[in-house]
Design a protein around this ligand. Sequence first.
Ligand SMILES: Nc1ncnc2c1ncn2[C@@H]1O[C@H](COP(=O)(O)OP(=O)(O)OP(=O)(O)O)[C@@H](O)[C@H]1O
Length: 258
Amino acid sequence: MDPAEPVGAAGAAGTVGTVARADGLHRQYGRGNRAVAALRGVSARFAAGTFTAVMGPSGSGKTTLLHCLAGMDRPDRGTVWWGDTEIGTLPERRLARLRRENVGFVFQGFNLMPAMTAAQNVELPGRLAGHRPERHQVREALARVGLAGCERQRPATLSGGQQQRVAIARALVARPRVLFADEPTGALDRATGQDVLTLLRRGVDHDGQTCVMVTHDPTAAAYADRVLLLADGRLVDELHRPTPDRVAHALTLAGSPG
Ligand SMILES: Nc1ncnc2c1ncn2[C@@H]1O[C@H](COP(=O)(O)OP(=O)(O)OP(=O)(O)O)[C@@H](O)[C@H]1O
């Protein structure tokens, strides 16, 4: 398949409906007696239009898994598939192009450019890649996250929750197949965090968005359809239709939440 095309929902080996897939991922940082095994054989599938939370104690490999799945880091062993494309075989430039069209990423710290307006922040990744989104697409992306009319505001004039919404609009403007979010509510107060989670949930329910989110918070994880629980670089549990209590209990079994 031409890697410039958006990936389909049909994965390899008959995994219809699978948008992203990890098979036997290993990732080690450092060498010798300083080596840290961040991932030790993690496999997982992410179906189209589903919301997955990734949880586990501090250092269990959550961010490493997200980065490998998003094509921002390469595993030492194992494969990552976006639809029927195995991304490990792609040269960096083609991977960057495919990533731009298929993957959105939201960070805990928003990562907005302070000197730019909300609209300029939303269009920045596309502009840098030579695919500046149309003005109406930027307006629509901001409207989808409840920020219609805020196009010309700079981050410092927006609340933390509004800044994270701008970051989500930036991640979604290119209509990616998968939205990855690494502790998107970690810097927000509870009520504002719940607004952001509701927004992510709505994207899944109404737009068929696929969302994969790292979180430490059992209440946040309960917005997802399932929870993947990592411990020491391994997938140790999977909860479907999680509730905060069940998640908290599973976390206790996996080690202290971190
Ligand atoms: N760039 C790096 N260089 C060296 N070690 C790293 C690097 N990135 C991660 N690690 C190590 O790999 C392990 C897994 O890290 P990772 O950030 O994936 O865990 P995490 O579950 O997301 O942790 P946290 O909840 O604290 O963010 C940790 O021991 C971490 O110190």
